[in-house]
Structures are given as structure tokens and as C-alpha cells.
Design a protein around this ligand. Sequence first.
Ligand SMILES: [Mg+2]
Length: 286
Amino acid sequence: MSVLVASDLDRTLIYSAAALGLDMPDAEAPRLLCVEVYQGRPLSYLTETAAGLLAELVRTSVFVPTTTRTVEQYRRIRLPGPASRFAICANGGQLLVDGEPDPGWHARVRATLADACAPLEEVRAHLRATADPAWLLKERSAEELFAYLVVRRELLPESYVKELSQWAEPRGWTVSLQGRKIYAVPEPLTKSAAVAEVKSRTGVDEVLAAGDSLLDADLLLAADRAWRPGHGELAAAGWTAPHLTVVEEKGVAAGEIIVRALGERSSVSWARARSQAIRALSRGRG
Ligand SMILES: [Mg+2]
């Protein structure tokens, strides 16, 4: 029995300095490994213990980094362990196979979106018209699939995200607020669709998933077992599911617990598969 592990990255496995949530005395803080440098500066971290566990998990499962990042943003991350055969970027809009985007998958996704929701340009025009320069830092599109704003969170009016969601929903778009970014993503553009594609290509038996934001909800629901941290949009909404384990910890400590749980579950499956194979073998001999 082989296991596919599809995990969100930002604020699930890796954390920026602002998201680490180190509230213990400094002398007791965990040692951290920097796994992303941006413009010459360290940007994302996991604990040294999580890094060791992740390197092991990558060896014992089909580990699929599953992120809303663009391919370019994803390529800055240097996770420990061997490189993953598959990675999912752009919230499911890009499937990397051995590090390179699969053009067939991207074309299929774009064809699906064309009929299902309002065009990207309409959404971007609305974002530009409603975002206030007092708190807007950047307005960007990603892979010609979705849009996001980078904002000064402390100046962002509380009502903005709610109003944007109400505008976007009837147009077939989802809005998600994560740290300094507000994402507007077409509803049919999902991480779970891309995971289903990897599942069918690899023939795995079980899917484990982890994530923290609204854009991870479909990924967690589609998995056989799922984990989410005690922080993030899903935690704020009290979101849960029967097969979901809620990790109470927040910040980078939650990331470590999630990697440990994913590793334990995938080694249980691996051990079970091994004993089944041995039993089948000995029946064959008998
Ligand atoms: Mg996340």
C-alpha cells in the first residue's frame, strides 16, 4: 500500500518570521532551518526536527507539495530530502512533473475554467477599482489563472474581504485572506483536482493531506485523512470534518506536529503493506 501525502506549504509546513509564533522564552525556541531566500534575505523556515521528519517522509511516501504559489515562487523553496516527483502549484493550475510544468494539465484546467466562472480580467478590474492605495501594496495575477493583492494588513478595513467575497461568489470565485495576501481564485481551480490527477497517475491507495486556509478545504475533504493547524482561516472558522485531526498548536510548532503525524501514518500503511506482502508470499509457498 503506497501513500500520497499532499501538503500545503505556507503556514502548514513552512513559516515566515511573522508566522512562526514563537511565544516561548528565547532560550527555549526551537532551532530553525531556513528553506527559502527571497531577494537575498531569509524568508521561510521550519524547525530542525520537522526538517528531519520531512526528509524521511519524502523517502517513504509519494510526497506532493501542494501550494497556491506560482511555479516561480515555489522554485525558491528548498525542502529537505530528495526532490518530489510531483508538485502542485497555482492552487492546482500547474502540475510539475520532475520539476517541469505539465502543459497538458495546464491546458485542461484553463479549458474547465473558461465556461465556469467570470473571466480573470473582470475580477482584476474589480480589485483595482475597490482596493484603497492607503493599504494596497501590490495587485498581481498568477499564471493567468487567479489574482491576489498584497496589503498592509494593519490598515485593511475589516469589511473588505467580506464584501469582496459577496461580490465574487455569484461570479464563481473564492476569496481567501492569508497573512498579507488576499487571493481571488476561480472556484473550480482546486488543489484536490490536481491531487486526483496525481493519484490516478501513481496508483496510490491512500491520500493524506494537510492545510490551513480556505483554499485547502477541498484538499482536506478529498483526502482519506487530514490535518490542520490551530491557526489560519480554517481554525478561525472552527472548520472540521470527521476524518480531520485538528492540531491545537499554532505556528511553526504546529508544522512539526503535522509532519510527524503524516510520517507516522504513512509508516503504519507501509508496515501493513509489507506484512500483507509477506503473508501473500508465504501463502504462495504453502
Ligand atoms: Mg497555507
